[in-house]
Write a protein that binds this ligand. Sequence first.
Ligand SMILES: Nc1ncnc2c1ncn2[C@@H]1O[C@H](COP(=O)(O)OP(=O)(O)OP(=O)(O)O)[C@@H](O)[C@H]1O
Ligand SMILES: [Mg+2]
Length: 500
Amino acid sequence: MKTDGADSDLAPPHAASLAESMRAFGYDLATALADLADNSLFAGASHIRLQFHWDGEHSAIALADDGAGMSEATLVESMRLGSRNPSEQRDASDLGRFGLGLKTASFSQCRRVTVFTRMKGSAAPAIRCWDLDHIAKTDRWQLLREASPRAKKLAACLADQPSGTVVVWENLDRLAAGTRTESDAEQDAFLRQADQVGEHFAMVFHRLMDGHRRVEFALNGVPLKPWDPFLAGEEATQRLPVERLRCNGQLVEVEAFVLPHLSKVAPAVHLRAAGLKGWNAHQGFYIYRNRRLLVAGDWLGVKGWRQEEHYKLARIRVDLPNALDHAWEIDVTKSRARPPERLRRELARIGECARAMAKRIYSFRGAKLIPKEGEERIFLWHQKAKHGRVSYALDREHPLIRASLAASRSTGALSALLRLIEETVPVPLINITDREQPDQTSGPFETNRAAEIVDVMREAFGALTGSGYSTAEAVARLRAMEPFPRFPAELQGFLDDVSE
Ligand SMILES: Nc1ncnc2c1ncn2[C@@H]1O[C@H](COP(=O)(O)OP(=O)(O)OP(=O)(O)O)[C@@H](O)[C@H]1O
Ligand SMILES: [Mg+2]
């Protein structure tokens, strides 16, 4: 036992075991690399390059930036676990918080991390390396000064730029242990992981790629394109007004987007907008900290809110400053956040609004459901809610139903038929189909558009005029009757024929 003064013992951590425990912070490959990129961004980088170098068990990954770099003394400090105190006030543009990321992110994926860094004016890069096998052997936090030939090769780009930093991961025991260089299948798997990281970067850094700063990211030499969750450039995207909420004397900016229905955007746009995890998983709040995305779609535990197909078009931007890290429970991996209690109600209110709009657009296939001022719409179906149960009813005031009842010789049979249709709407089947094959249910007249819809217009028009409507009245009814207004060309063509 080592005493430290009269009334305490010294009990520092064991290097060998603590270093191994530092591997389990909950990163995955993509979030770990993104944590490195955060450091590069704060160091002012304008180019960030990822290299996935395949060589079986000797594969390596490097992240290179052209930021300000570090002096040798700063590098040594930065390699220390807990290099900074999390309660310290940080520069408003700093993406770091804990003084851990570089180390914990690296250890989560590899057993050897080497950092090369060069500041403007310095002749050669400074180099330091943590090797978990070395720490395990010595049980001491001995920071090595030498790099492997492979790592040096991956960091060679530093010679051609005035300043910058390269982090090299070797001994990738989670990713490449036991693999053989010559195995095509294993190489493919490695490169697929690289692609996933590329997609993750395109998502979490999209506003840094796109915004005024325009940082360029590349993966194995190929530039990454930003992924905009909000389809802000699409005309059919709807936005709710920006709201600024107060939280601990800081402002949190919230803007809800309701994305266009599938039928309103090009298929390729719709496909890409689905995102890494698919449409359903990417609905909800998007939390950004200094314009860097932490959470890519989550309802943040609002009671009873699940990610469901019909809410998938709702995506809500939430912008936080880093001064709120503590209040939002930001963790080391920068992939989780939890709103403070006093903001939850406000966020739920905005979310409710976006969800309702998203559901309407989803259910009505992008048709403008809210008619313009003075514009009338006639719907055949109504949703009814009674004692918490939801059902669907045919509107008995619908002009075609009234006309049919009036013309029917057996109103009893017709009424019974309408009731049966209402009582047996195959809701469970529709639900299952929609869940299994989202967006595959066809819309009104989708498969046989022009030909049949005009026939149906003609029948409807005949029924209306036959039951006493004047031509002008019947025309007005037809113009308002769902789904005819969704086919303006066919409707106008038919009405032109009628008026001739
Ligand atoms: N690419 C880089 N360029 C310049 N300095 C860097 C770079 N990477 C790390 N640093 C320096 O190393 C320090 C430690 O980085 P590390 O990621 O471990 O912690 P942090 O960024 O301060 O906080 P966090 O744990 O939240 O990431 C940083 O504060 C920064 O000063
Ligand atoms: Mg960091």
